[in-house]
Ligand binder design. Structure first.
Ligand code: SF4
Ligand code: SF4
Ligand code: SF4
Length: 509
């Protein structure tokens, strides 16, 4: 009898180790919130019950992994620098990239505190608490981003909301707060909430960190290139590389659909997100638009497609990068085969562009066939010839407020980045970021669709691109510091400016 009691009362060591992990999961805000709102979510019929339960399962596993990592931090006496994490935790079944991104998330959520030594920009992390009940949840609906004038208008929040209460239209995000369940999934997905900028500045191979090129991000190869396709030539903005790569990806069966910005009936300079499946549709959408479109809101409608390509601004590329590293599990991004990022200094509201045309340049948008930024000036080209110009200083004032929160000019998180800066008129500068991008570009060149020149042979080439890109980063840092000093909202990019963990006044039981 005695023996039997002992058996029932004494916990097996494995179970004793598992219990704190299970407690962490069950108390985690992200998991609890969705479990509590299960009925409400399913009633809205935005998500199939089976998919929702799979989401909960994935979230449970993710929170458990975070709890395991947190346990390792708890065992350390001293703060640990981010680039030593992989070595310190090599016994865990995680690669360096996973360890770093989850560490940032634990820091953002308040489970770890962060510090810096002297002037070093390498963050150090230290265990703060392992009890989710002890800290205020970091996840909020994205109206904190829009109220804080930091929204880039990418559209990602609309696509991930489990109750369909967010819409992004004409550069504005609206949330039906009566329907919102405050789950914060939109906050997780938003590129303007938190983004481990330092993690983006490193490439990880296995457990090794390599610091990327600081001004324009990681570049495998750089080229100046132009399309050799006559129909692309007729509609292209500069070199026509983006349209050519899209057409090639579709024609070769690499993808079945592409997402980008198309023209709106009756308002050609007020773009709308479009799905392109044919050469004709790609050609119709060709050309740079200076008004941002929430293209990522179309992602959920393409979830059944086997392969898609996305053309977008650097903020959209960041949202996609974030969706891979911090998945909401509502959106499967595994069918995103190619991320084609365009260079972007800033974008405008449609009202801003209209104001520029009508009030500053004295023309009508209906008469304009092309817009361009070149050598520090904004150009509008009327159909009947000539050009209207305005200095970028005046034009910059019309930029969307959210663009002031942007440090990325060259789409550092894309597979291929494409723009005009650095190349001669009629050509594009092309930055190949990874093997995936290289395969698509090389295959388009081999098929005779593109002509390429090594970028070192081109003037002004990469020095100009690096200069302007670095200038944008510095401008952003000034904005970020100013917003921080004014106690105004700014995205959580720089760990130095992350808020300290907020302890809850009263612990829930
Ligand atoms: S708006 Fe955001 S917080 Fe509200 S339900 Fe949708 S995803 Fe959740
Ligand atoms: S930046 Fe994108 S995800 Fe964030 S609030 Fe704006 S539209 Fe939504
Ligand atoms: S400046 Fe930044 S936030 Fe604005 S559209 Fe371009 S990439 Fe997006």
């Amino acid at each position: 009898m005695m023996e039997e009691n002992e058996k029932t009362n004494v916990m097996e060591p494995e179970m004793a180790a598992e219990l704190p992990l299970l407690l962490f999961v069950s108390r985690s805000f992200r998991f609890r919130c969705l479990v509590d709102a299960r009925e409400e979510i399913l009633e809205r019929e935005c998500i199939h019950p089976r998919k929702f339960d799979a989401l909960l399962q994935q979230l449970q596993e993710e929170e458990r992994t975070k709890a395991i990592l947190l346990r390792e931090f708890e065992r350390l006496d001293n703060p640990i620098p981010v680039d030593e994490l992989a070595d310190a935790f090599k016994s865990l079944d995680m690669n360096a990239s996973e360890i770093v991104t989850l560490t940032y998330q634990l820091g953002m959520e308040g489970f770890l505190s962060t510090s810096f030594e002297g002037d070093s920009d390498v963050p150090l992390f230290k265990h703060y608490t392992s009890d989710p009940r002890a800290i205020e949840p970091a996840y909020k609906p994205v109206n904190v981003i829009t109220d804080g004038s930091a929204c880039s208008g990418c559209g990602m929040c609309e696509t991930v909301c489990p109750v369909g209460c967010v819409s992004v239209n004409d550069g504005r995000v609206s949330i039906d707060m009566d329907t919102c369940i405050r789950c914060g999934l939109c906050f997780t997905a938003c590129p303007r909430s938190f983004l481990p900028k330092k993690a983006l500045e490193w490439s990880t191979t296995g457990n090794h960190f390599t610091r990327n090129e600081i001004k324009i991000g990681h570049v495998l190869e750089a080229w100046s290139a132009k399309s050799l396709q006559e129909d692309v030539d007729a509609v292209k903005q500069d070199g026509g590389v983006t349209s050519t790569l899209l057409i090639h990806a579709l024609d070769s069966g690499r993808v079945t659909s592409a997402i980008g910005a198309g023209t709106r009936e009756g308002e050609p300079w007020n773009p709308v997100p479009v799905i392109m499946k044919t050469r004709r549709q790609v050609l119709e959408a060709a050309g740079t638009k200076y008004v941002n479109t929430p293209s990522l809101k179309l992602l959920s409608s393409l979830s059944a497609e086997p392969g898609i390509a996305i053309v977008g601004t650097p903020c959209m590329m960041q949202a996609l990068w974030k969706g891979e590293k911090y998945p909401t599990h509502l959106l499967d991004l595994s069918n995103v085969k190619y991320k084609l990022g365009i260079f972007c200094m800033e974008s405008f509201t449609y009202q801003g562009i209209k104001h520029l045309a009508e009030k500053i340049l004295g023309t009508s948008l209906n008469d304009i066939r092309k817009m361009d930024i070149n050598k520090g000036k904004f150009f509008m080209y009327p159909r009947d010839g000539g050009a209207f110009t305005a200095g970028m200083k005046d034009v910059g004032k019309l930029a969307r407020l959210g663009c002031h929160c942007c440090y990325d000019l060259t789409s550092e998180s894309a597979d291929i980045s494409i723009g005009s800066i650095g190349s001669k008129p009629g050509w594009n500068t092309v930055l190949i970021r990874n093997e995936n991008g290289k395969e698509l570009f090389d295959s388009a060149v081999a098929a005779g669709l593109l002509e390429k020149k090594p970028i070192p042979d081109v003037i002004p080439g990469l020095p100009l691109l690096k200069k302007l890109s670095f200038r944008k980063k510095r401008q952003y840092e000034r904005t970020e510091r100013k917003r921080d000093a004014d106690n105004a909202f700014h995205p959580l990019y720089d760990l130095r400016l992350w808020p300290k963990p907020v302890k809850k006044k009263k612990v829930d039981t």
